[in-house]
Design a protein around this ligand. Structure first.
Ligand code: PLP
Length: 396
């Protein structure tokens, strides 16, 4: 009944586990949920009021497929001002979250068999989005030797005549790694040498806490600018996951093709959400965002210290951006828990949830089979209590 393409597609493991844990919590279980990909902060008031005003004004109809012009321009201006990217409104399409921007960008760029080079560990959805679009994900393993970053020499070895796109994600989900400008410049040069397009998922660009400042690939010069499609969104920066507003910015033929695709599939995202997004850009709550970032940084320190205190477990790499930490749990392999042997990150996560009510994401679907991903976008108290419970679990 189901096409081969769809049959090969598992549900998103992060969304599935998060939904399961939320149900446990709703049913009254005392679970600490470290699986989520969203902030626990409310959407800023200015955005909410923008959405309410849109409803009151009757701004409730279809909008232009690529999004309302003032929002496209405001996104272009923010990218240009903040990350020095030189975009105009016509270079931007507004989408139903960054997810739709990514799915659509792969659909319009890839012919069957075209290859996309990306790194592991990677966000769970990347390989599936590429495959659904008819492309082939070519996953380059990274590890401690390169600080969990792509090494241009290793990437070069994986480039074939079919390679069309280099996919980058800095700050990274799930490692929290942030590439510096020199590292991105070397990768952009490689892309230029092999005439590759770059898709740069920069959805966590506003959440960098330590180390070098964030660099946008499109800001690296005219060549990088002309071959890069930058993807971003409002979900993480503005705690607006449910509003579903993302965007892509890049060469106009790509934006035009994405607009054609969006016009035949979903149309523009919600008119109300677009107005909310426009309001938050027009009157950005800078002080509030700064304070939230400082709080996330504090939680990052708590999480890193918590991991350092766990016997046998260690951070893959110090997270410097986004709100995740990737933790190597192979040191716990061989332990027996209620007759079950911990033999991989999945059994570790399953036992942890079952025995001490702490939910974490097993790393297999991130291309990190010996790791778990911990989200520190929860309260400091929850982080402290979660690590207390994990220590108890490991001392059993
Ligand atoms: N890209 C990465 C790396 C993510 O982690 C996420 C969400 O978890 C997204 C894109 C999608 O964000 P949204 O569709 O909510 O804008």
């Amino acid at each position: 009944m189901i096409s081969r393409r769809a049959a090969a597609l598992p549900p998103s493991s992060t969304a599935t586990l998060d939904a399961h844990v939320k149900k446990l919590v709703a049913d009254g279980a005392d679970v600490i949920n470290l699986t989520g990909g969203e902030l626990d902060f409310p959407t800023p008031d200015v955005a909410c009021r923008g959405g309410i005003r849109a409803i009151e004004d009757g701004f409730t109809r279809y909008t232009a497929v690529a999004g309302i012009a003032p929002l496209r321009q405001a996104i272009a201006n923010r990218l240009s001002d903040k990350w020095d990217c030189g975009y105009d409104g016509d270079d931007v399409i507004v989408t139903n979250g960054a997810k739709q921007a990514l799915a659509n960008v792969f659909s319009v760029l890839l012919d069957p068999g075209d290859e996309v080079v990306l790194q592991a560990p990677h966000w769970v959805s990347f390989p599936h989005m590429i495959a659904v679009a008819g492309g082939v994900p070519v996953v380059v393993e990274t590890g401690p030797d390169t600080g969990y970053k792509l090494d241009p020499g290793t990437v070069a070895e994986r480039i074939t005549p079919h390679t069309k796109v280099l996919l980058l994600n800095s700050p990274s989900n799930p490692t929290g790694v942030v590439y510096d400008s020199a590292e991105l410049t070397a990768l952009a040069r490689l892309a230029a040498d092999h005439d590759l397009l770059i898709v740069s998922d920069e959805i966590y660009s506003d959440l960098v806490y330590a180390g070098p400042e964030f660099t946008s690939v499109a800001a690296l010069g005219t060549d990088a600018w002309s071959r890069t499609i930058t993807v971003g969104g409002f979900s993480k920066t503005f705690a607006m996951t449910g509003w579903r507003i993302g965007f892509a910015a890049g060469p106009q033929p790509v934006i035009a093709a994405m607009t054609a695709l969006q016009g035949h599939t979903s149309s523009a995202p919600s008119s109300i959400s677009q107005r909310a997004a426009l309001s938050v850009l027009h009157d950005e709550p800078v002080a509030e965002l700064k304070q939230r970032k400082a709080e996330l940084d504090r939680r990052r320190s708590l999480a890193c210290a918590g991991v350092a205190d766990l016997p046998g477990l260690e951070l893959a790499v110090e997270p410097r951006g986004a709100f995740f930490a990737l933790v190597d749990v192979s040191g716990a392999y061989g332990r027996q828990h209620d007759g079950v042997e911990i033999k991989d990150a999945a059994t570790f996560a399953e036992r942890l949830l079952h025995e001490v009510n702490v939910a974490v994401m097993p790393g297999a679907d991130f291309g990190a089979p010996d790791h778990i991903r911990i989200s520190y976008a929860v309260s400091g108290e929850d982080i402290t209590e979660a690590f207390h419970r994990i220590r108890g679990f490991l001392s059993r």
